[in-house]
Design a protein around this ligand. Structure first.
Ligand SMILES: NC(=O)c1ccc[n+]([C@@H]2O[C@H](COP(=O)([O-])OP(=O)(O)OC[C@H]3O[C@@H](n4cnc5c(N)ncnc54)[C@H](O)[C@@H]3O)[C@@H](O)[C@H]2O)c1
Length: 284
């Protein structure tokens, strides 16, 4: 049983899936988000509303915490000044608080958008150098570098999860990039359970036949995804893919984030492009 675990972004989509399993492996789960409340709490869970951009608040809730799962962020391509507080300063606040409070490790929800400008024909590895596809991706590159520095200089371990598409499969691209919710939970659990992680980077992707994200450098984490997006392929290819395939971003790993202009919402664009499918692909 781990001691206290802090989960940021607990009121978000991925945070909501992680709260229950995390609450079962620690003496207390401290869930936090900027939202006023996040609904019914699990046994062992307490909720504290806090702003990632506020150092004093983040430092206070990190006291006596052994692991931080850092999932809070603004999750879209937005103007730099909007991202600066939550995504850049927020990351500094998390790692500096972890240092001051002697936390062992931070598990960070990074993103494929840290390397989103690579062509999709190229297989990416954890060691592949950064190539952000916008300010959002840049905030993930910044935080991965911050995590590296805090390990090298202060010994705080980090596992950076370059999550690809953790949402329902509704596009051809997500047949390659999908991460199921069960595989996300396994990935976070392995990131906590592994005895020594040092500074690690791992792709958050399921065992998809079409994936070209390789975790060859991260075998020490023992992540063995169980799901495969191929089960959705016939449904996807039965649909009209003309609009999706016409988007230049779909030639790149970042997809619509890679083709939107700097600071311009990719989520809004996806809502328009995929509106005809009833459910647009919410891929971040
Ligand atoms: N869903 C995906 O496919 C995906 C892919 C790659 C990376 N990620 C990363 O995973 C994490 C969670 O993503 P999600 O899909 O659950 O997004 P989400 O938007 O549902 O959750 C993010 C949460 O962060 C909170 N937040 C935003 N600003 C904050 C602030 N200033 N202070 C405190 N909390 C704040 C929001 O209120 C929200 O509840 C994010 O870091 C995201 O970048 C997600």
């Amino acid at each position: 049983m781990k001691k206290r675990i802090l989960l940021t972004g607990a009121g978000g989509r991925l945070g909501s899936y992680l709260r229950e399993p995390l609450s079962k492996i620690c003496t207390e789960l401290v869930s936090t988000d900027i939202k006023k409340n996040i609904g019914k709490l699990n046994k062992n869970e307490k909720y504290i509303s806090a702003d990632l951009a506020n150092f004093d608040q983040i430092c206070e809730i990190t006291k006596d915490v052994s692991f931080v799962c850092h999932f809070g962020a603004l999750v879209d391509e937005l103007p730099f000044n909007e991202m600066l507080g939550p995504n850049f300063i927020g990351s500094y606040n998390v790692w500096e608080s972890a240092r001051l409070n002697n936390c062992k490790r931070v598990i960070y929800a990074s993103s494929i958008h840290a390397v989103g400008m690579y062509k999709r024909t190229k297989t990416l590895r954890p060691k592949t150098p950064h190539r952000a596809d916008g300010f959002y991706g840049l905030s993930k590159c910044f935080t991965e570098n911050l995590a590296r520095m805090y390990f090298d200089k202060c010994g705080i371990e980090s596992v950076c999860l370059r999550i690809a598409t953790c949402s329902p499969v509704t596009t051809a691209r997500s047949l390659t990039s999908w991460l199921s919710y069960d595989d996300l939970i396994q990935l976070v659990m392995r990131s906590i359970d592994t005895t020594h992680t040092g500074y690690s980077v791992v792709y958050g992707v399921s065992d998809n036949d079409r994936s070209n994200l390789s975790n060859i450098d991260s075998g020490h984490l023992g992540f063995k995804p169980k799901d495969n997006a191929e089960v959705y392929a016939s449904k996807i290819f039965a649909d009209d893919l003309t609009e999706e395939l016409a988007d230049e971003g779909n030639k790149l790993h970042g997809g619509p984030f890679a083709s939107t202009d700097l600071g311009v919402s990719a989520m809004d664009k996806m809502k328009i492009v995929y509106a005809h499918r009833g459910e647009y692909q919410d891929e971040r």
